[in-house]
Design a protein around this ligand. Structure first.
Ligand SMILES: Nc1ncnc2c1ncn2[C@@H]1O[C@H](COP(=O)(O)OP(=O)(O)OP(=O)(O)O)[C@@H](O)[C@H]1O
Length: 297
């Protein structure tokens, strides 16, 4: 018999998962899994639960929540060399990660991918002892992702991010940065830098051109110092996936990156506060085994 552990965040997204739990358990049982579930109680609890699932040698861990919950689960799994396969049921507000993987937003369709899909191996980012699966970055605008209040997200969904984003615009300013990647160095004043593993970031689906999930490379986007009018223009271009045409937007592909600044710069990891620069980023090629749609589907 195979064993599965569900780790779910009851506060994620519209908070509707719990009502579906009995049906999820019975479908997993029909598929041959002995399954148990853990409801997270606070920030960080999903990491503890994932570590416990490794110790107990579960075959499968199913993370249920938004990107924050998936990130916490991955940070638990990566404390161990022998890890359960990961499955994800998206329940968050934006769910960048599952969108990038083509995992459906419907609970039961996502469960179907877990039960009837196949294992894939995708890249994971490592930064100063922490792991991320989607994006790392810095710049005032990236703080939107953790400053948008949870209650507001439950009630108005992704609009909460726009509300918070508009509030932050007056505070956006450039900061000096040094980025060492492979054998090269970039220095300059930037409004934003993003280190992505997938191309679905902050709800934008074409931010990074053709980011491959398993090539061992980060896609690095830099927005150099611009005024507010230019910023608005870049954002409009980004919505159409045409921002790389702008002269102040730089794109780099690399697997190992060191970033520093002589100012205090906060980092964002998968939508949560991730400490401060300096930081060393490494792409762990194909390190995560995850349930995905069959290629032919
Ligand atoms: N029982 C809980 N009470 C409060 N917060 C929790 C609880 N369980 C987990 N959390 C925290 O909630 C935060 C947000 O969770 P998550 O990202 O899964 O959902 P979301 O915010 O609705 O979605 P999105 O990230 O897509 O906006 C995570 O940082 C997680 O640590």
């Amino acid at each position: 018999m195979k064993t599965a552990r569900i780790i779910y965040n009851p506060t994620a997204g519209k908070e509707t998962f719990q009502a579906e739990l009995p049906e999820i358990l019975s479908r997993l049982e029909d598929a041959g899994y002995i399954t148990s579930a853990h409801r997270t109680t606070e920030k960080g609890d999903a990491t503890v639960a994932a570590k416990q699932a490794c110790k107990l040698k579960f075959d499968l861990v199913i993370a249920v929540g938004g990107d924050g919950t998936v990130n916490e689960v991955i940070n638990g799994l990566f404390q161990f060399e022998q890890r359960p396969t990961l499955g994800v049921i998206p329940m968050g507000t934006v769910n960048d990660f599952t969108r990038a993987l083509g995992i459906p937003s419907n609970i039961f369709e996502a469960l179907d991918v877990i039960i009837n899909g196949e294992n894939g191996n995708i890249d994971i980012g490592h930064m100063n002892g922490k792991y991320f699966m989607n994006i790392a970055g810095a710049g005032k605008i990236t703080e939107v992702s953790y400053e948008a209040p949870s209650r507001l997200k439950t009630v108005i969904g992704s609009l909460a991010y726009y509300v918070k984003g508009i509030e932050l615009i007056p505070q956006i300013s450039a900061f000096p940065i040094r980025i060492e990647y492979d054998d090269e160095v970039y220095t300059g004043k930037v409004m934003l830098f993003l280190i992505g593993l997938t191309n679905s970031i902050g709800g934008f689906e074409k931010l990074v051109p053709d980011a491959k999930l398993d090539d061992g490379k980060f896609s690095i986007l830099i927005l150099e110092e611009v005024n507010l009018a230019e910023l608005a223009h870049v954002l409009t271009l980004a919505m159409r996936g045409e921002h790389l045409k702008h002269s102040k937007v730089k794109f780099i592909s690399a697997s190992s990156v060191n970033v520093s600044s002589y100012e205090t710069v906060q980092l964002n990891l998968d939508g949560e506060y991730g400490g401060r620069l300096p930081a060393q980023f490494k792409n762990l090629k194909q390190a995560l085994e995850i349930r995905m749609k069959k290629e032919a589907d």
